[in-house]
Design a protein around this ligand. Sequence first.
Ligand code: SAM
Length: 253
Amino acid sequence: MIPLAKKSLGQNFLTDKPMIGKIMEAVSPKKESIILEIGPGRGALTLPLLESGCRLSCIELDRVLAEHWRSREALYPGFRCIEGDAVKLDWSPYLPCDICVGNIPYHISRPLMYKFFSYRRAIKEAVIMVQKEFAEKLLASPGDKAYGIVSVLTQCFCDPRYLFSVPPSVFSPPPKVTSACVRLTFKRTDTENDALLIRLVQTAFAQRRKVLTNSLKEFYDKDANDRELWLKRADGLRPEEYLALTREIAARS
Ligand code: SAM
């Protein structure tokens, strides 16, 4: 018997075959691909992934669904399902991977982005379904209302691309909001200053209306290279300017 969808776990299952086909086209799994799926649920994406012959690891929080997939591990070589919370779990045993796939519950979109940032050198790309507003945040630029911490960090650590919108009608039960399919191509650049960059961006946006000389007092040096940059506000700085500031501060310490 199929258990009822659990709202607390964000269980809106994809049921529309053409939409599933469109998402799989975006993922484009190959036999040699190593893939990590977050939240396989009832298998809308998991089954076509397995049919491609790829090596697939899944992380599922729902005990009953995880058990269902574990009982099928022997049917597909290179397939495993881990029961656990993808936000808390250490992903290193399932990495490196080529693609991370997920029709992600809306309430864990943000913490999962931080998870992606921390593992970005071990994942080539992610194809994820998120709430449309969240997708817009990932792609927002200075001057957009949606521009914030997650926009800056996403664009510093990845090249994000909005692929297509996903209407509520393709899910069961249908969510109240429109979703979007997004591709994140991870940048493999230096990770040495990641923690500093994250702290800098979070601190700046905590007082987003103040100029950086005030909001980032603890990082400011009056002999700073680029005075003009320091006189901007958090939401006026482009991601590459945050990277430049981070490099400047790191070089000083
Ligand atoms: N992939 C399936 C589909 O597209 O139909 C299910 C998508 S449903 C939106 C989200 C899935 O993620 C559910 O199976 C849910 O149980 C699972 N899930 C929720 N929170 C999770 C977490 N923290 N870690 C891992 N899986 C989670």
